[in-house]
Design a protein around this ligand. Structure first.
Ligand SMILES: Nc1nc2c(c(CN[C@H]3C=C[C@H](O)[C@@H]3O)cn2[C@@H]2O[C@H](COP(=O)(O)O)[C@@H](O)[C@H]2O)c(=O)[nH]1
Length: 341
């Protein structure tokens, strides 16, 4: 996808030209200080992807990689109009919402003998079958079911044509470069092309492509085919939860006009200036938090077990957002309905 700024370049440019979203330096430092005691703990480690999340695969094999691929292909837009009426999926005695409702539905299908992670299946899966697989245990269906069906067919066909039906072959073509894998994904699979324009420049977020690379790194435990030599160049994933938690923690500030819109639950269309500023400033904010945290680690001589990168900060803050739903009500997430995040 030539001619586009990278996500990191895009974020810097947006943050420098933003009118309604601002990064608060004091807030950035406070978040870095909140994270400092965690750097040597389990939560800010690669292993937490498996140990903290029971729905994620425990294996590090080809089937697990293909589970990650189909999950991240559908990893978008779970928010509902009214939070008290939303899609919920019950699985093995627990009830899941949002992103986790997707993972629960995928695992439920596998338990029912439906090969939902096999490209040869989802390349021709019907809308009825997808509605059954992603069925909700409430009267509110998962949003964008028709789009999810279209994307499954499109993506499955391409994976069969170009990568013999397995995402592991796509990973192997990246020669252990996270950047090469991200670009191979966006070039091969149209639904991953999370790009738009801002102030006349062609910008990219590649949210689902970046989280796909990150989840591939995680499920392979950073070893073998997942031992990416440039994994730290992957930025956070510009979704609708991270901006909310960054605003809640005071690292991100919204103009009065934008905050009023969010409080009224107004929709922002994909590519709208304020939506782009929210996503871009969030991404740049995490880069600044990471830099500040690395400085604090240096100064305080904290020994962190593995490397600290934007992926691990993102995972941690995303989990934090899930665990602090109630506290975050004062700053709503922004409502954009799209297939990109
Ligand atoms: N920035 C960022 N956004 C993420 C994720 C995840 C889950 N992934 C990892 C987390 C645990 C597993 O270990 C996965 O690896 C989902 N999302 C996005 O959030 C939104 C869903 O939110 P809610 O409605 O509250 O479930 C939606 O846009 C979805 O695309 C992440 O980690 N970071």
């Amino acid at each position: 996808m030539d001619g586009f700024l990278t996500p990191r370049e895009s974020a810097k440019f947006i943050a420098e030209n933003s009118r309604d979203v601002f990064i608060d330096g004091g807030g950035v430092r406070r978040v870095a200080e909140l994270l400092l005691p965690k750097v040597s703990g389990p939560e800010l480690s690669l292993a937490s992807w498996k140990t903290l999340h029971e729905l994620n695969p425990k294996a590090a094999d080809e089937a697990a990689v293909n589970w990650v691929f189909v999950t991240d292909t559908l990893n978008f837009s779970f928010w509902s109009e009214h939070d008290e009426h939303k899609c919920l999926v019950r699985y093995r005695g627990r009830t899941y919402s949002g992103f986790w409702s997707l993972c629960a539905a995928i695992n439920r299908a596998l338990d029912e003998g439906i090969p939902i992670t096999s490209a040869s299946y989802y390349a021709t899966v019907t809308l009825d079958q997808v509605q059954h697989i992603l069925r909700s245990d409430t009267d509110v269906p998962m949003p964008l079911i028709e789009e999810r069906h279209r994307i499954l067919n499109e993506t499955g066909k391409i994976l069969l044509e170009k990568f013999e039906g397995s995402f592991l072959n796509c990973v192997r073509k990246s020669e252990k470069s996270a950047q090469k894998l991200m670009h191979l994904v966006v070039e091969s699979f149209p639904s991953y092309r999370d790009v738009t324009q801002f102030e006349g420049k062609k910008i990219s977020f590649y949210k689902r492509a970046q989280i796909l690379v990150a989840d591939t790194w995680s499920v392979l435990e950073g070893k073998g085919d997942g031992c990416f030599n440039d994994i730290s160049t992957i930025t956070m994933f510009a979704d609708y939860r991270l901006p909310q938690v960054l605003a809640h923690l005071g690292a991100l500030k919204y103009s009065d006009e934008l905050l009023e819109k969010l409080l009224k639950g107004k929709m922002l269309s994909y590519g709208n200036r304020q939506e782009v500023e929210i996503r871009g400033c969030s991404l740049w904010c995490i880069e600044l938090i990471r830099d500040c945290l690395l400085e604090l680690i240096e100064k305080k001589g904290e020994k962190n077990s593995g490397e600290i990168n934007s992926i691990l900060l993102d995972y941690y803050l995303w989990d934090y957002a899930r665990d602090h739903r109630e506290d975050m009500k004062e700053i709503p997430f922004h409502r954009t309905r799209c297939i990109y995040y």
